[in-house]
Design a binder for this molecule. Structure first.
Ligand SMILES: Cc1cc2nc3c(=O)[nH]c(=O)nc-3n(C[C@H](O)[C@H](O)[C@H](O)COP(=O)(O)OP(=O)(O)OC[C@H]3O[C@@H](n4cnc5c(N)ncnc54)[C@H](O)[C@@H]3O)c2cc1C
Length: 468
């Protein structure tokens, strides 16, 4: 086993939160190790195009200027194209085990692992051409490739708009953008909603920009509609759009449209595996599956020496992630006793800007919610877990046979036991099992408790000390 690399602060995740944390910590004199699964820095929002692994590509060239210094900073050691598959507390700090076989020893850790997309299954979602909006975005940004020529973008949340706008700008025909939620009467009058939305005019303007790009290309924008099925011989050829009942349990109108691709996603779920492995306190998300890390004003978690920033703390967008990263990097540096160095913006002003970003996100979250009746779209044979091909009928049988939570359903059906380890199907399964068993989301739990957070070859485990 390679001897561990020793750093003051290890940052897991190279998105806006992780990059800001690494910059802040190195600015205060720390030696920083920054790990990301992707071969280049940037995370989801600043994803850079890459040629191929080992091509000697500059990992920061395509980033906004403020992050480019990370590439040449002698205080930062980049571990790119490498995932942390296990993290644990050891004497004097923390040990991270990487899929490359290396290990990193750190006095403090910043978790900036971001989020995954929430996918609700539907008949046909296992056909080639059915994917998430994030997957289409990643193909476009990372490899300059269009996911398809005739695309339906659907689901719920503001992320649908930049994805659809990006696709039309790149030359795709977007057949429709379907947002499943409808603006509920009176929602804008709720305390905090209007104030939250108006707290970030720049974001409203960004949203308006996407909308006008779509309207200029005459893309139909549907509210209260969802993709409830797609079909085709060997890939998506037709997509069913349905106008949903208020609880999504059925629909009063439907139409099949011709498309080779459908991108469907219902927002994001924080990536909690490493936070949970390190024992960080969590909070449930109201009405949504998964949980988020609880942090203090300096982004400290309940585990001393572990800080968290960005979407792992809740879905607040890229600007908030960056501000949280800045605070987390400073606090982690402080934890390991480093306080001198480059002064950044005053903490009070960072917190004020962060509060505005968070109130915008909270307001946005109240505009949509997942209708409890979505499982009415599923047919007996619809795979709910694509890795293990567990069907909806098997999940229902498992609950009928007495499974009361996700672990029980996994044990009886293998759902969540495949390569993605429940990252794709877990959140939807939680919603479905809660509905079937008549229990709350917190009671049915999730599939994020894993001592191996990332798929890793057995040989790598054998050559490391392994989870203790
Ligand atoms: C698929 C997807 C696409 C998105 N695209 C956009 C977009 O185009 N525009 C936009 O405004 N918002 C987008 N978002 C929302 C977006 O994630 C953010 O608002 C913003 O990027 C959050 O920043 P972050 O630093 O918290 O997380 P991210 O930017 O997601 O960065 C987290 C990073 O952690 C890494 N990581 C996670 N676990 C591990 C591990 N175990 N080991 C090593 N590395 C790990 C990931 O590879 C990732 O690079 C997207 C989200 C997702 C899930």
């Amino acid at each position: 086993m390679t001897p561990p690399l020793s750093v003051d602060v290890a940052v897991i995740g190279g998105g806006p939160a992780g990059m800001a944390a690494a910059s802040a910590a190195t600015g205060l004199g720390c030696r920083v190790g920054l790990v990301d699964s992707y071969p280049l820095l940037g995370g989801q929002v600043h994803r850079q195009a890459w040629r191929r692994l080992g091509a000697g590509q500059d990992p920061v060239a395509g980033l906004p200027r403020r992050f480019r210094g990370l590439g040449a900073d002698p205080g930062v050691r980049l571990h790119l194209g490498s995932s942390v598959w296990h993290a644990r507390q050891v004497t004097g700090g923390f040990e991270l085990l990487l899929t490359t076989g290396e290990s990193v020893h750190a006095g403090a850790v910043v978790l900036a692992t971001g989020a995954v997309e929430l996918v609700l299954p539907f008949p046909g979602w296992d056909l080639p051409g059915a994917m998430t909006p994030g997957a289409a975005q990643a193909l476009l940004k990372g490899q300059g490739r269009l996911a398809g020529r005739r695309v339906v973008v659907a689901g719920s949340g503001p992320f649908l708009l930049p994805v659809a706008a990006g696709l039309v700008r790149a030359g795709a025909t977007v057949v429709a953008v379907a947002e499943a939620s409808r603006l509920r009467p009176g929602v804008l009058g709720r305390p905090g909603v209007w104030r939250g939305l108006s707290s970030s005019p720049a974001k409203l303007a960004e949203g308006a920009g996407y909308l006008s790009a779509l309207l200029r290309r005459r893309v139909p924008l549907l509210a209260g509609w969802a993709v409830t099925a797609c079909r085709g011989r060997s890939q998506v050829e037709e997509v069913r759009l349905s106008r949903l009942a208020p609880d999504w349990a059925g629909w009063d109108r439907e139409r099949w449209v011709r498309a080779d691709t459908c991108c469907v996603g219902y927002g994001f779920v924080p990536s909690m595996e490493l936070a949970r492995a390190l024992g960080c306190g969590e909070r449930p998300r109201r009405g949504l599956p998964g949980s988020a890390v609880v942090v203090g004003p300096d982004q400290s978690t309940s585990t001393g020496g572990v800080f968290a920033a960005g979407e792992v703390c809740g879905i607040s967008g890229a600007a908030a992630a960056e501000l949280e990263g800045l605070l987390a990097g400073r606090a982690a540096a402080c934890w390991v006793g480093k306080r001198g160095g480059r002064p950044g913006p005053p903490t009070a002003s960072v917190r004020r800007r962060l509060a505005r970003q968070r109130s915008f996100a909270v307001a946005l979250e109240q505009l949509g919610r997942i209708g409890a009746g979505w499982t009415a779209w599923l047919e007996d044979e619809t795979p709910v877990c694509r890795c293990e091909e567990t069907t909806w009928a098997k999940v229902r049988q498992a609950v009928g046979a007495g499974a009361r939570d996700l672990r029980g359903v996994r044990g009886l059906t293998r759902a969540g036991m495949g390569y993605c380890q429940g990252r794709v199907c877990g959140p939807a399964l939680a919603l479905a099992v809660a509905g079937l068993a008549g229990r709350g989301l917190a009671e049915v739990g999730d599939l994020a408790t894993r001592s191996i957070a990332w798929p890793v070859p057995l040989g790598t485990i054998a050559h490391s000390a392994g989870p203790g």
